[in-house]
Design a protein around this ligand. Structure first.
Ligand SMILES: Cc1cc2nc3c(=O)[nH]c(=O)nc-3n(C[C@H](O)[C@H](O)[C@H](O)COP(=O)(O)O)c2cc1C
Length: 199
């Protein structure tokens, strides 16, 4: 097991995957759920949960509606932060960086890997826009499903995938008497630099 605190030169992605593997065993559900913080052009922040669909040396991937509040904010201000909190482990990992858009083929591949019902739900939901009633949504699902028949669900124009390319990653581990461990990794030209932080 790689500890970011004992061997500070570790690869942050290796450490992340070791912690995630522990979380996959101990979390009640959704170990890949993370809070995603965005901000408008006027720097007004907002935060919500997303399911992270991959973390590797390129960054943190997630999918959403590009015309939702987060989608609009990521478009006008392509900077974001993601925070995982695993209560069962009492650990937190933070990623901060810039946002890139995933390719249409990556988005298409992920979209069509989801259940058909999830694809339909994404296609009919104008995420974050006002909805008159639950019945309106249920009717839209029924109508769209009937129209489709057996045809594949087309990739909605508004379905998008983003990649948060981190310039800072921080690991936090609960410690006795609030003396927690924190290790910050910052990106430099020669690789990741580590710095222990006061709790
Ligand atoms: C555990 C969890 C996981 C979620 N995963 C996603 C996700 O991957 N993509 C998404 O668009 N919304 C996801 N949501 C819903 C969002 O939190 C949010 O309600 C929605 O995306 C609208 O956010 P916005 O109005 O800020 O754009 C998730 C919610 C929870 C509680």
């Amino acid at each position: 097991m790689t500890s970011p605190f004992d061997s500070p030169s570790s690869d942050p992605f290796l450490v992340f995957h070791e912690w995630l593997a522990l979380a996959e065993k101990s979390e009640l559900n959704d170990p890949t759920a993370a809070a995603l913080a965005t901000a408008s052009k006027a720097a007004v922040p907002s935060v919500r949960m997303v399911l992270v669909k991959g973390v590797d040396a390129r960054g943190v991937r997630f999918f959403t509606n590009t015309e939702s509040q987060k989608g609009s904010e990521l478009h006008e201000n392509p900077k974001a932060a993601v925070c995982f909190h695993w209560k069962s482990l009492r650990r937190q990992v933070r990623f901060e960086g810039i946002i890139e858009t995933q390719t249409r083929s990556e988005i298409d591949q992920y979209f069509h890997s989801r259940s058909r019902a999830s694809q339909v739900a994404a296609a009919v939901s104008a995420q974050s826009h006002p909805l008159t009633s639950r019945a309106t949504l249920d009717d839209a699902v029924r109508k769209f499903t009937e129209e489709l028949g057996d045809a594949p669900v087309p990739l909605p124009e508004t379905w998008g995938g983003f990649l948060l390319v981190p310039n800072r990653i921080e690991f936090w581990k609960d410690g006795k008497d609030r003396l927690h461990d924190r290790m910050q990794f910052t990106r430099s030209e020669s690789g990741w630099k580590t710095q222990r932080l006061y709790p």
